[in-house]
Write a protein that binds this ligand. Structure first.
Ligand code: SF4
Length: 66
């Protein structure tokens, strides 16, 4: 599973970083960036939670495991 943050939409609330600092980091310019190419399986559930709790719905997932 891959995760993507739309930096045009992200408002830097930091919810995702609080939930999953292993995957998300706040860029100096005030939006979140993704630190990993592939989300480790043990973090997938946490990342899904971040997707659903992001106030800007800036986070999207893609599943390329097919
Ligand atoms: S929770 Fe959403 S708006 Fe907040 S920093 Fe993360 S991606 Fe950006």
């Amino acid at each position: 599973m891959k995760v993507h943050v739309d930096m045009e939409v992200c408002a830097g609330f930091g919810v995702c970083l609080g939930l999953c600092p292993e995957v998300f980091e706040l860029h100096d310019d005030g939006y979140a960036i993704v630190l990993v190419g592939e989300v480790p399986p043990e973090l997938e559930e946490t990342v899904r939670k971040a997707v659903s709790q992001c106030p800007s719905t800036a986070i999207s997932l893609s599943d390329d495991s097919r």
